[in-house]
Write a protein of this length. Structure first.
Lengths: 702, 319, 260
């Protein structure tokens, strides 16, 4: 068309884009390091399934239609990027074709057909998207001018390209191709226009125009299209559509081996860390680059909000808002963060101490003027989270929300000494007597009296350690679960013992509320005890204990094979050590605990067990499995009062009551307490029995 | 024969039951008894003081003694003790008693024992029994001095029916007020409210009553029985009951004839405040609640149903 | 203002106490700071933070009190004295008070804050007797402290008839009740700094006194033996129709227990 103009457009457009991107990348590089360059194969697999395959959109039953809508726009986008390159080429050379996609190849024809259809589909999807946003107004959507602008641009890109081809068609077939335009016309495959019905359709819309006008449309649409692409490209990094560029890398770089980045083990004795306030996340520059990339990638889709138990019950934790506020803070301080990183690189171990101190002072002066917790993120927001991971499970671009919250809580507790003081009672109880209720440690094994349970202190030569947990040892209701599990283990002839008074709280809740000091203290003591007894295999009845023992104790030298009782019972059944009777009367449903399901991917074994004992089968709750609704006790919230909004446990209890079942099975002592309380409050405790799977199995064993 | 001086417990012009209980015990161990009363406008109580079982009444009656102040009160007690030649000086269980007793002991170079539940005399040797470690153990304490100052636990001693004494008043000179600890004001409890420490029947509410409506429901029952109305810590923390209504380890320790725990689970801290009661009745929805482990009579049920029935049945019995 | 706070190490009352042969079984017991003294420490630290007071704690006996004292340092106490002398093993309240008197006289304190009682003895005497020995004004069972000026504080005491507001002339002794404040939990930063602080450990001689002077050999009272508490036993529990069982119980209260 016009090589000069094309060059100019490309150079200017790409230069601006390049500059923006370089700045964005420099900013990420200035953040804290993290190791994600590993397991390339697995990462590619994730990227293909989640990002390219759009699994969390298309594969999610809820909002399947809008999922398809977006997937089609995205896939269309990918396919049409080839077209974009062709058009750029056309700007330089008339009739430019990409290798293997010219009219000599069937691939070329297939491509133009595909392109044509996709343009039509994308256009329809864009129209639907605009309609949905403007009229259907789904609650989770954040309706901004940016959204409409981008949809408009995409729509325009489709329209302009279709009209471009439409004008071509008209010029070639109606006006005898006076401009000598190139088109596919291979003897074997026929005319290009046999393969592009939609463009032909567009052509018929403008067929009444003169050759001259059509020519103008052709040229006009071409340049408008190319200019729009350049604008679009440069607009992307400025807002939520940055995800168009960063989503694939973000999914590629997602944490492997555990649903999200594990909580950092803080070096509490490190003086230097105290000095630059780097214990936990206290300043925006302390995010690591992956967390920065997460912020770039948030599409503001609001799915996280929808499934968040705190947001749903009117607490001030709005996750995409959380992302947005952090992102703004990050961008506000971008220049300083980059400067700071440069200064940091100049600090050498062996140089003058005074010199280093000077550099550090300069660095400190570059800190954000805003308090991260207080000005940027509200305190109530930070502490409202139950760490249930529902947000992470539905996020289409695999943002890791929870680790940031834990890290900020670590910072607040350690450096600012600002945490909900109502936690003091349970923290003190943990410190003094190894359980959040503060009940004398000497009573930890009282529940087992008369049950013929072995203590490790008497005989450590057993196959399994039954880790009872604080609830199972001290809470009257949960003691029954411990007793039931003992019954099952004894029936199956399993060789096991308990630690009894030597067991201390795993420290789960201490960690979740950011109290690294107490977590490390109790973990250290437990690990010593466990290692002294050379414990290898642990069975636990509490998913929080499971999660901490299995995934966090290795950080401190405790490596054990830990499984939850539902997994173990399932094994027992499968190996014939116990037999289940289908004798449970009444309809039954199962409430997936967050720490068993979303944290440890155990969904099937509990169901398999329940199916085997329930006469009436198993009815699923609306929000079940990976989208189960939290009982509200996680994240240390069990030990805090819920003063804002509706009680989370009531929300879930109401859902269960709505299901009209006679029994609800749980697999976690927190869920058991919260749901039973919910039933009591709704006055349904006679109608609906809440029981742990252990109790149900013990009652329905052969 | 030992000489026992009992400090009279007077509140709002009324002689509290601890006085007669302590004097009864004194007489039971064969001691000569006297009582000391400190306050303002209390002389008219002389007959009551005598009938409570004292053979001499030391009275310090002065306007300057109207509001409690530990210093001057202690001086009066020491004065009476010296004049009487007391060997044993007993206070009833009250905050004033706890504040004054150690002072008296220090001034008289005597041993001091608080919260005693029994006293044993064998010849010259005096031993007291008292609880320790939050009521988890009992101590037998040997007294090495020839005098003992003690604060007696609520309800530890029993009043003897038909006890009598002699009127024999000795007026004490009021001491100089404590210039360094000046009482500025007394923010008093509501007048007319039945004192928990004194009531024959005490009814307490716990978390189970849920809210103000529940509190009011049980208050009706307390009114019917003219009982003291108390609370577990939960309802005080929740703002439904005043701080001074809390029965428990960190609140008031009571020992009435009948204690009703309504909607109280029975945490150890609360039990510490009421296990001295003669009879305990508990009403709770949860059959596993620890309160049933100490209750003589337990009703497992919804208190909102049970309390109205209790009122009805009690009305029937009373008529 | 200089404040002296007393801190006692006591057995953790959450544990079950077993009594054998007239003594408490030591096996398995753990020792912690007396709860009321923790309130005293918190009150002192608050006075430091709000009124610029200088704080010192004193602890007597108890063996190695380092952990407990460091914990108090982490809460904010600046100085610590530990009087460790085997002669004080059988000390009673008066002897403790005498030792505290010596500690007080060695310093230049304006205010002594103690917990109102110790969780092991539940006596509640030491602070008051100390005030008598020192000839200082004293208010016990305090639930609020307000500084008026260099020479006066105003306290609120929980008395029999209500809250007694007393103005004290300094120097004075105050014993505090648990409802005065919520003791803070020592945090990491404080704990790390506490490790660097020293504790002034002295025996009676170093304190400038002697066994005889404090009367260590002649306690006014001593514990002859420990006995188990008489536990209340569970009585009769009734379940069933509310009307029926309530009527039954009322009948029993009136005719069996005779309390109605």
């Amino acid at each position: 068309m016009n090589p000069l103009l094309m060059s100019l457009l490309l150079i200017v457009g790409l230069a601006i884009f390049g500059r923006t991107m370089v700045h964005k990348i420099l900013l990420l590089m200035a953040l804290e390091p993290t190791d994600r360059a590993n397991h390339i194969k697995e990462r590619l697999k994730n990227m293909v399934i989640l990002a390219i395959g759009q699994k969390r959109l298309v594969g999610r039953k809820k909002e399947w239609v809008s999922g398809i809508m977006h997937a089609l726009i995205f896939w269309g986008f990918c396919i049409l990027s080839i077209r974009t390159l062709t058009l750029f080429g056309e700007g330089f050379v008339k009739g430019y074709q990409l290798p293997f996609l010219g009219d000599d190849y069937v691939l070329g024809y297939l491509y133009i057909a595909l392109k044509d259809v996709m343009e039509g589909i994308v256009l329809v999807m864009v129209i639907y998207a605009i309609f949905r946003r403007a009229f259907l107004r789904p609650k989770r959507l954040h309706n901004t001018w940016e959204a409409y602008f981008v949809l408009g641009m995409i729509g325009f890109l489709m329209i302009s390209d279709l009209l471009l081809d439409g004008a071509r068609y008209n010029l070639i077939l109606l006006h005898n191709n006076s401009a000598q335009l190139h088109f596919f016309n291979n003897a074997q495959f026929g005319s290009e226009f046999l393969w592009t019905p939609i463009s032909v359709g567009a052509a018929s819309l403008i067929s009444g125009m003169s050759a001259h006008a059509t020519g103008l449309i052709l040229v006009g649409m071409f340049w408008l299209h190319v200019i729009t692409i350049m604008i679009f490209l440069n607009f992307l990094p400025l807002g939520k559509h940055f995800h168009v560029i960063t989503a694939l890398p973000n999914v590629f770089l997602k944490n492997l081996g555990y649903p999200h980045q594990k909580t950092k083990l803080l070096a509490l004795e490190d003086e230097a860390a105290w000095e630059d306030e780097s214990l936990g996340i206290n300043h925006i520059h302390q995010l690591n680059w992956k967390q920065g990339l997460d912020l770039y990638t948030c599409t503001e889709c609001g799915r996280c909000k929808e499934v968040c138990p705190t947001y749903t019950t009117d607490k001030p934790l709005n996750l995409h808002d959380f992302n947005d506020k952090l992102k703004l803070e990050l961008f506000d301080n971008a220049r300083n963060i980059i400067k700071r990183a440069k200064l940091s690189a100049t600090i050498k171990q062996d140089s003058d101490a005074d010199q280093n101190a000077k550099i550090k002072a300069e660095m400190a002066a570059l800190n954000s003027k805003k308090q991260l917790i207080g000005d940027v993120i509200a305190e109530d927001t930070l502490w409202a989270c139950t760490t249930c991971r529902a947000c992470e499970e539905v996020c289409p671009v695999t943002i890791e929300h929870v680790p940031r919250i834990i890290a900020m809580r670590q910072g607040q507790t350690t450096m600012a000494e600002a945490y909900p003081k109502e936690l003091n009672t349970s923290l003190k109880g943990l410190e003094r007597n190894g359980n959040p209720w503060g009940i004398g440690y000497d009573k930890r094994a009282d529940w087992a009296v008369g049950l013929d349970v072995k203590m490790m202190a008497d005989d450590a030569d057993v196959d399994y350690l039954f880790w009872v947990g604080c609830a199972g040892s001290f809470d009257d209701r949960s003691k029954k679960v411990s007793t039931s599990l003992v019954k099952i283990l004894q029936k199956a002839g399993i060789s096991f013992a308990i630690l009894g008074v030597e067991e201390k709280c795993t420290g789960d809740f201490a960690r979740r509320v950011g109290n690294e000091m107490l977590f490390q203290m109790t973990a250290q003591e437990n690990i010593e005890t466990l290692n002294n007894y050379k414990v290898k295999k642990i069975i636990t009845a509490c998913p929080h204990c499971l999660n901490t023992l299995k995934h966090e104790y290795p950080q401190m030298g405790g490596n054990y094979e830990v499984i939850h009782h539902t997994q173990f019972i399932d094994q027992l059944v499968k190996t014939g050590k116990i037999t289940l009777n289908k004798s449970l009367e009444g309809s039954l449903t199962y409430h997936d605990p967050c720490y068993l399901g979303r944290y440890n991917s155990v969904y099937d074994q509990p169901r398999s067990i329940l199916q085997s004992i329930s006469k009436d089968g198993l009815k699923e709750l609306n929000r079940h499995g990976r989208e189960s609704f939290c009982c509200g006790a996680g994240g240390g919230r069990m030990w805090m009062e819920e003063t804002i909004g509706k009680r989370i446990y009531l929300e879930r209890a109401e859902e269960i009551v709505g299901q009209q079942v006679a029994n609800v099975a749980v697999a976690c002592p927190f869920c058991l307490t919260m749901l039973e309380d919910g039933m009591k409050e709704l006055e349904k405790e006679e109608e609906i029995k809440t029981q742990d799977i252990c109790e149900l199995v013990a009652k329905n064993m052969a | 024969m030992a000489k026992v001086l009992v400090i009279a417990d007077i509140k709002q012009g009324v002689l509290k039951s601890s006085t007669v209980e302590l004097l009864s015990k004194a007489k039971a161990i064969g001691a000569e008894t006297a009582v000391v009363a400190v306050g303002s406008n209390i002389e008219f109580l002389t007959p009551d003081l005598a009938n409570a079982g004292s053979d001499t009444q030391y009275i310090a009656d002065d306007p300057s003694l109207e509001l409690f102040s530990a210093g001057p009160y202690a001086l009066c007690v020491v004065d009476a003790a010296k004049q009487f030649g007391a060997d044993l000086i007993w206070f009833g269980f009250s905050e004033s008693g706890k504040a004054v007793a150690p002072r008296v002991a220090a001034q008289m170079d005597a041993a001091c024992a608080t919260e005693i539940t029994d006293v044993e005399l064998s010849g010259d040797q005096v031993e007291v029994i008292r609880p320790a470690i939050t009521n988890k153990v009992m101590q037998r304490v040997k007294v090495n001095t020839d005098k003992l100052v003690a604060v007696v636990r609520a309800g530890a001693f029993e009043a003897t029916e038909g006890i009598t004494g002699t009127e024999n008043v000795v007026k004490l000179l009021p001491p100089a007020p404590d210039s360094k600890a000046v009482i500025k004001e007394l923010v008093s409890d509501a007048i007319g409210e039945i004192d928990l420490a004194d009531a024959d029947i005490v009814i307490s509410v716990g978390r189970g009553v849920k809210d103000q409506a529940g509190v009011d429901l049980v208050k009706e029952l307390a009114n019917d029985l003219k009982a003291g109305f108390g609370s577990s810590r939960a309802m005080v923390d929740g703002g439904f009951m005043a701080h001074n209504k809390q029965v428990g380890q960190t609140g008031k320790i009571v020992a009435p004839s009948l204690y009703m725990a309504i909607g109280i689970s029975g945490a150890i801290q609360h039990l510490a405040g009421m296990t001295g009661s003669k009879v305990i009745l508990a009403v709770n929805k949860d059959t596993e609640a620890p309160i049933f482990n100490v209750a003589d009579y337990g009703i497992v049920g919804d208190l909102f149903e049970v309390v109205p029935i209790l009122r009805e049945e009690i009305k029937k019995i009373k008529s | 203002m200089k404040i002296l706070t007393t801190v006692k190490k006591v057995v953790d009352v959450e544990l079950t106490m077993h009594v054998k042969d007239g003594a408490i079984v030591e096996d398995g017991l753990q020792y912690v700071i007396n709860a009321w003294d923790e309130n005293a420490v918190e009150a002192s630290v608050q006075l430091k933070e709000n009124n610029g007071a200088e704080t010192t704690l004193v602890s007597i006996g108890g063996g190695d009190n380092t952990d407990m004292i460091r914990r108090c340092y982490a809460m904010g106490i600046e100085n610590g004295i530990h009087i460790d002398d085997p002669a004080l093993d059988k000390a009673d309240s008066s002897i403790f008070a005498k030792v505290l008197q010596k500690v007080y006289e060695k310093g230049d304190y304006d205010l002594v804050i103690t917990g109102k009682q110790a969780q092991d003895t539940d006596s509640g005497q030491t602070g008051i007797i100390l005030a008598e020995y020192l000839g200082l004004p004293c208010v016990s069972n305090v639930i609020a402290i307000e500084v008026m000026d260099d020479q006066h504080i105003k306290v609120s005491r929980s008395g029999d008839a209500g809250a007694e507001i007393v103005e004290l002339e300094l120097p004075a002794v105050v014993t505090v009740d648990v409802s005065i404040n919520e003791p803070r939990l020592p945090q990491m930063r404080g704990i790390m700094m506490a490790k660097k602080k020293t504790i002034d450990v002295m025996d009676l001689a170093a304190l400038g006194t002697s066994h005889d002077e404090v009367g260590a050999a002649t306690p006014k009272s001593e514990i002859a033996e420990f006995m188990t508490s008489k536990l209340r036993k569970a009585g009769q529990k009734f379940e069933g129709d509310a009307a029926e069982i309530t009527a039954q119980v009322v009948d029993l209260l009136a005719n069996e227990a005779k309390v109605l």
